[in-house]
Design a protein around this ligand. Structure first.
Ligand code: 5GP
Length: 113
């Protein structure tokens, strides 16, 4: 069996995190190194390694993650926010369990680095 991901350990409460929301499909918790006044991650319980490894079977999960990202952003007081998915090492991915970054609470520049 493959090693549990860091985020699966957070989902299973083996590692503490500041949890903002959870349901049967996903969890949202604050990023440990926030890059904006509000920065949280939305993570599926299913340990899909990266977006490019999601399949058509994951259609409903991916939609759910987007809707929950917006719902938690609103609950965190954000009208405007950015959602980022890093897929792959050269795109900046460091934890290989799919996650959406949600950032807000300051002006965000474009293009990102
Ligand atoms: P990635 O670089 O894979 O797109 O994003 C991984 C994110 O996970 C980073 O923003 C990083 O700060 C965050 N992170 C890494 N380890 C932990 C942890 O133990 N707890 C929490 N809450 N966030 C973490």
């Amino acid at each position: 069996m493959s090693e549990k991901t860091l985020f699966s350990k957070i989902i299973d409460k083996e590692i503490p995190a500041s949890i903002l929301f959870e349901d049967d499909l996903c969890i949202a918790f604050k990023d440990i190194h926030p890059q904006a006044p509000v920065h949280f991650l939305v993570v599926p319980r299913k340990p899909i390694a990266r977006l490019s490894e999601a399949g058509s079977v994951d259609h409903a999960i991916l939609g759910h993650l987007m809707l929950k990202a917006a719902q938690v952003a609103r609950a965190q007081g954000l009208d405007d926010f950015r959602v980022v998915i890093n897929s792959g090492e050269s795109a900046g991915q460091t934890v290989f369990h799919l996650h959406l970054h949600v950032l807000g609470g300051r002006s965000l520049h474009w293009p990102p680095g």
